[in-house]
Design a protein around this ligand. Structure first.
Ligand code: DAH
Length: 345
């Protein structure tokens, strides 16, 4: 039996040498150590041996099984290595090839303008607040001194949800909300950037656009505070040489009210198509908070005053970047957006 086992070993090791893939390794294993193998037959015949012989043959068979298994294993390893080496040799990677460029996102022009204005006002100690876009008629109109039936309340312009709820048409709603929230009547100054909605749709109007509201309330807040603040804002947005002018206007929630023009930054006030030869460009609405609004929010108008202003972000962005169709802001055309690719324009 020992002799037989030695023969099996020799044959098996030779067969293993000749294996050159995983399948032949598996086949060789079952041929030499499997159920139907000669080796297995010897194992079952062992019961016929004497105890002494059993010991000897048992030890030999264990030794030979281990040798065959080890040989199978190391041959398999060698085969796998050879396959890998062959692959590596074939699939050579050229690390010096230039990589594909990633397209990175960029800030939307509306956000660029909002952030520029936020930075300025934060540097002047203002808070930046946010408020709901679904608003009550009371906050959007009534408390802003626009009672039902008031001519300034153009029903055509408003998206009503029901008799009482609507999509805010202006961020001036935040004047009311922030005054109502300021229960201890400390002086405060804030800006509120946000979306507003109106039933418009042409090249210069959109049903949804963006405003930034500003509000300062306290004792002794005067018109000159408003003027200085807006001059700083216009210089920041359109350059240090800009001047502003106040034109008397009407807004129900401010008295007096003004529209503010900035001197034309394209022609330096000489007259061009952008300023329609006037030298001035209308930029925002503003005024001193109306006593009715102050009183309605619990601020005694004989003690407190305030100024407010509201500006259309799209309008500022269109002027700054020479954009002539407001719809470009919302259609996400990559050719348009990539013009604002991270660089300061
Ligand atoms: N809410 C006004 C509008 O949407 C803009 C405005 C005008 C805001 C005067 C103000 C203001 O705060 O004082 O047309």
């Amino acid at each position: 039996m020992i002799e037989k086992l030695e023969k099996i070993k020799a044959k098996a090791l030779k067969a293993i040498e000749e294996c050159n893939d995983e399948t032949s390794i598996n086949n060789t294993k079952s041929e030499y150590l499997g159920k139907k193998s000669e080796f297995n037959k010897i194992m079952s015949d062992m019961c016929t041996l004497s105890n002494e012989e059993k010991k000897e043959v048992g030890a030999k068979s264990n030794e030979i099984r281990t040798i065959i298994n080890d040989a199978l294993e190391s041959r398999l390893k060698a085969i796998k290595e050879a396959i890998l080496n062959e692959r590596l040799e074939k699939d050579k990677i050229d690390l010096t090839l230039p990589s594909r460029k990633f397209k990175t996102g960029s800030k939307h022009p509306i956000n660029i303008v909002i952030e520029e204005i936020e930075d300025l006002f934060i540097s002047m100690g203002y808070d930046v607040v946010d408020g709901p876009e679904v608003e009550t008629d009371k906050v959007c109109f009534e408390m802003l001194n626009v009672p039902k039936g008031h001519p300034a309340r153009d029903a055509q312009d408003t998206f009503y949800i029901n008799d009482e709820m609507l999509l805010r048409t202006q961020t001036s709603t935040m004047q009311i909300r922030s005054m109502l929230a300021n229960v201890d009547k400390k002086p405060f100054k804030l800006i509120c950037p946000g979306k507003v909605y109106r039933r418009d749709d042409d090249a210069t109007h959109s049903h949804q656009f963006t405003q930034i509201e500003g509000l300062v309330v306290g004792e002794n807040i005067s018109l000159s505070d408003l003027k200085g603040t807006l001059e700083t804002l216009c210089k920041k947005l359109f350059g240090n040489d800009r001047e502003i002018r106040f034109r008397a206007s009407y807004f129900p929630f401010t008295e007096p009210s003004y529209e503010v023009d900035v001197s034309c930054f394209v022609c330096n006030s000489k007259g061009c198509s952008l300023c329609k030869n006037t030298g001035w460009i209308e930029i925002l609405g503003s005024g001193m908070v109306h006593p009715n609004v102050l009183n309605g929010c619990g601020f005694d108008s004989s003690k407190y005053t305030g100024f407010a202003f509201g500006l259309g972000v799209e309008r500022v962005a269109m002027l700054k970047y020479g954009i002539n169709d407001i719809r470009l802001f919302y259609t996400n055309d990559y050719r348009f957006l990539k013009n604002f690719d991270r660089k300061e324009i």
